[in-house]
Design a binder for this molecule. Structure first.
Ligand SMILES: [Fe+2]
Length: 197
């Protein structure tokens, strides 16, 4: 049953991802300037705790343990949200960065759950697919609410004056250097348009 093994790996990844978010969401809630955004992050924290419980039920049903795999993807996405929290922006502009970061975490999870649901459905695991679908619905709902709350915040941010440029921190310089390396590595493939087909 190769697909079952792939599913278990993916589910362990999701379990690690949700646990990582239980630790990260309070930081986003604390950092957000907008009360609405604070409330959304806090509410999604409670949902996330329930999602962890649902995943435990999934593993119980599978007769497997939920640990065993650390989700590197979520660690990276959360790292990006830490960068947003460290930004020297004011009010709505700061919150706009948090919205971008939070939406990345939600959509990362949406992709994970969609893949797991397809696999569980293929394997005829209806009970598991149903539990996972409850988590997926909450992620979709959270993303929708964050996007809706983001509209007035971004409108306000667009009206804020531009900040004067500050010297880059060591971390920002490293990030800028890596982004140039990304571009340079891709360049040979991009120079010849036919190779993109
Ligand atoms: Fe989640």
């Amino acid at each position: 049953m190769a697909l079952k093994d792939v599913l278990i790996d993916e589910l362990r990844d999701m379990y690690s991802a949700e646990n990582q978010l239980v630790k990260a969401l309070p930081k986003l809630a604390k950092g957000a300037k907008s009360p609405k955004l604070k409330q959304l992050f806090a509410a999604h924290l409670e949902e996330t705790k329930r999602q962890v419980e649902r995943l435990k039920k999934v593993f119980l049903d599978l007769g497997e343990k939920p640990t065993g795999q650390h989700c590197n993807g979520m660690e990276g996405v959360i790292e990006e949200s830490k960068e947003a929290l460290e930004k020297d922006e004011e009010g709505a502009s700061f919150d706009s960065g948090l919205i971008g970061a939070a939406l990345r975490t939600e959509h990362y999870e949406i992709a994970g759950y969609e893949a797991c649901i397809s696999m569980a459905t293929m394997l005829g695991m209806t009970k598991i697919a149903k539990l996972l679908n409850s988590n997926l619905k909450e992620e979709l709902g959270a993303a929708r609410k964050i996007t809706a709350a983001g509209a007035p915040i971004m409108k306000q941010s667009a009206a804020e004056p531009e900040e004067p440029k500050k010297p880059k921190t060591g971390k920002e310089k490293y990030s800028a250097k890596k982004s140039k390396e990304d571009e340079a590595k891709a360049a040979p493939d991009l120079e010849n348009p036919s190779s993109a087909m």
